[in-house]
Design a binder for this molecule. Sequence first.
Ligand code: GDP
Ligand code: ZN
Length: 307
Amino acid sequence: MEHKGKVIQSTGSWYKVAVESGEVIDCRLPGRFRLEDHQQTNPIAVGDNVRISMNEDGTGSIEYIEDRMNYVTRKATHGRRGEQIMAANIDRAFVIQSVRKPKLKEGFIDRFLVTCEAYEVSPFIIINKMDLARDKDLKFVDHLVHLYHDLGYNIITTSIQDENSINNLREELKNRTSVFIGPSGVGKTSLLNAMDPELELPIAAVSDYSKKGKHTTTYARLVQLHFGGYLVDTPGIREFGLVNIEPAELSLFFPEMLGPRQHCKYYNCTHSHEPNCGVMEAFERGEIDPGRYKSYLQILESLEESN
Ligand code: GDP
Ligand code: ZN
């Protein structure tokens, strides 16, 4: 008999699969699956939806892997070629920034949004520590909320001292597979613990994506949330920030540039210095937010450096 389930942990040879009853079964992958895909070093990733058959000893065999809705990768480690899937079927990626302590960085949000667009993962912006906001912070946050909302992104404000905001956030994670991305100190651990006090929070789930961490040998996994849903806990998920995008393609990931870029003279316009650029003209007419355009130029520069 076959069961449907979700891979919640992977060691490379064994996979833990949570089946519909809630039970977790140790599974193996039959050899034939291993040869098929040369692009990725791991044929199965956490988050994969699979069908398994049960063996007599209580273990399972993975029989079928459903098509992935999306997946995030990093370059393969240990000198192997190709890329390694960090997690598949992510319903939501949350980016967390705090109003203060540490200071809110718009650039971090914009870089994250580009990555989400490139990976086709649905982004969600959280501005935390609202209790620390002063008058001018409130104005700025209000501006950001309108800006991102108008661009079509989800954005909410939270404080661990505001139960209402925690309840609202919980609803957004409920029954979904989520990942939390943000610099250290913004309150990722605090928010997760506030939403799910029974959570035995692993370190990697809240690791800082902007700092280069030490190599870690722990394996990718999904943490089951007690109110329903999963949290991606994968070492290296902080490298979520790195995606290969051609500089001339970057504006495809800025929704407000999609219209204006059609009026550029050059098909490979980078909207930074070229004459007759539709994006720069739209910016000058005040149709593109200065903070967003600044982020665009910063990301462009980093892409040009790495090319
Ligand atoms: P992480 O590194 O992103 O996981 O951040 P932590 O959850 O460890 O939080 C860093 C610090 O910020 C801790 O001292 C928290 O108590 C504090 N903190 C987290 N959320 C809030 C909040 O909403 N308001 C205030 N005032 N402090 C917060
Ligand atoms: Zn242009």
